[in-house]
Write a protein that binds this ligand. Structure first.
Ligand code: ZN
Length: 174
């Protein structure tokens, strides 16, 4: 939402938005005083504040994309594994589609290694970023959620086969 407002403001003029240091309200670099709390705004500090806001916005967007990527891989992996183990798909086992399904989850498992790489890059870029913006803690949480999904994916890739085989061993034969 903030990004859209920012984009709209940028289309109209070259001023950039940032948060008022006193009340946290949205102001832009062309304003001399905050419309919300009437505090005088310093043009010299405004540029730095706008830069900070741009970085926070970037950090939030990157964190969100890490989380979404991780969720996507996790859903894909568990869907493939679920289909494989419980034969939800009406295919006779040993057929080529099963082999492709098995390949698909191995590919997803390998591709999910991109998640810790993205998270590491995020920490290198944004770990030192300090801002009262409430979106920043959310960004940190998004990255941790992404890493959590990666741990789940890694555990699933290593252990799920054995767990499911054990469960299948307990079940009566078909
Ligand atoms: Zn203000």
């Amino acid at each position: 939402m903030l990004v859209l407002v920012s984009a709209a403001l940028n289309l109209r003029d070259q001023s950039r938005i940032y948060a008022c240091g006193v009340c946290g309200g949205t102001v832009n670099t062309s304003l001399r005083e905050c419309p919300a709390c009437r505090v005088r705004l310093d043009p010299a500090q405004a540029g730095a504040a706008a830069d900070l806001m741009t970085r926070v916005t970037r950090a939030c967007a990157d964190a969100r994309s890490i989380k979404i990527t991780a969720e996507f891989f996790a859903i894909g992996l568990f869907a493939c594994k679920g289909l494989w183990h419980w034969g939800a798909m009406p295919l006779p086992s040993g057929d080529r589609p099963w082999g492709m399904l098995s390949l698909a989850w191995k590919a997803i498992g390998l591709a999910s290694l991109i998640i810790p790489v993205m998270a590491l890059r995020w920490y290198v870029r944004f770990q030192g970023l300090r801002s009262p913006d409430p979106d920043l803690p959310k960004a940190h949480r998004d990255v941790r959620i992404g890493l959590g999904f990666f741990v789940l994916i890694a555990l699933a890739a290593i252990l799920l086969d054995r767990i499911l085989e054990a469960i299948a061993g307990w079940m009566p034969d078909k």
